[in-house]
Design a protein around this ligand. Structure first.
Ligand SMILES: [Zn+2]
Length: 230
């Protein structure tokens, strides 16, 4: 029986068990198992007592199953590129596995399955990344009077970008999914590391000189960055 108590939807299951228990299944349903003759008042009292636990576990479930849901490489699915969203179209014949043509991501049908489809996107982001980030680095290093080493597109677990002690820059291909202004913040952040190899006040002052609203862009990245997945 599906019921609701305050903002918690739950499924009540009466069973031969002696005590009540709450469970959250893979579909994110709250299952409440209670002994046969438990009254509604008792049930709601039990939910009230367990409310924090339920909300916390629902949040974990959302993070695990909803926010990180796998992408589907089907006609009409949206894919981000520099902060804009472009629909996917599966096509029969074209030179490269993936092309961005007239506002549409065209994926050749022999690459529609995973992992080929995600690899095609990664290659696309990497190739575009070298060009776009290369231009932004050139732009900002002139303003900041620094000289970056070589630029590489990489895939790491946790970082958007990094700067070596030689001034070589690594950028995750996911950076190309971000809005240009957020990516600009990442570029300036890494270039500022050529001046300051730390996150000291001095470092942030260098960033702020170039991007006065860097805190807002950094916050956007913190809140939305996890959605940039393939
Ligand atoms: Zn840093």
């Amino acid at each position: 029986m599906d019921l609701q108590y305050k903002d918690i939807h739950y499924t009540l299951i009466r069973s031969s068990r002696k005590t009540a228990c709450i469970q959250i299944n893979q579909e994110g349903q709250v299952l409440l198992r209670v002994p046969q003759r438990t009254g509604l008042k008792q049930i709601e009292g039990f939910i009230e007592a367990k409310k924090q636990w339920i909300l916390r576990h629902l949040e974990n479930w959302r993070e695990q199953y909803v926010e990180k849901k796998e992408r589907r490489f089907l006609n009409g699915e949206p894919f981000p590129y520099l902060g804009r969203s472009y629909r996917l179209k599966i096509v029969k014949n074209q030179s490269a596995p993936l092309l961005l043509k007239a506002g549409t991501f065209c994926l050749r049908s022999d690459h529609r399955a995973i992992p080929n489809a995600s690899d095609a996107f990664k290659s696309f982001y990497r190739e575009r990344g070298l060009i776009h980030i290369g231009e932004r680095v050139a732009h900002f290093q002139a303003i900041m009077s620094v000289k970056a080493g070589r630029i590489r597109m990489v895939e790491t677990k946790t970082r958007w970008a990094s700067c070596s002690s030689e001034g070589n820059l690594n950028f995750h291909w996911k950076c190309l999914m971000l809005p240009g202004r957020v990516l600009d913040y990442i570029v300036v952040h890494e270039l500022a590391h050529i001046l300051q190899m730390n996150h000291s006040k001095k470092f942030w002052r260098e960033v702020e000189k170039i991007i006065s609203d860097y805190k807002e862009r950094r916050e956007w990245l913190r809140l939305n960055g996890t959605e940039m997945e393939l």
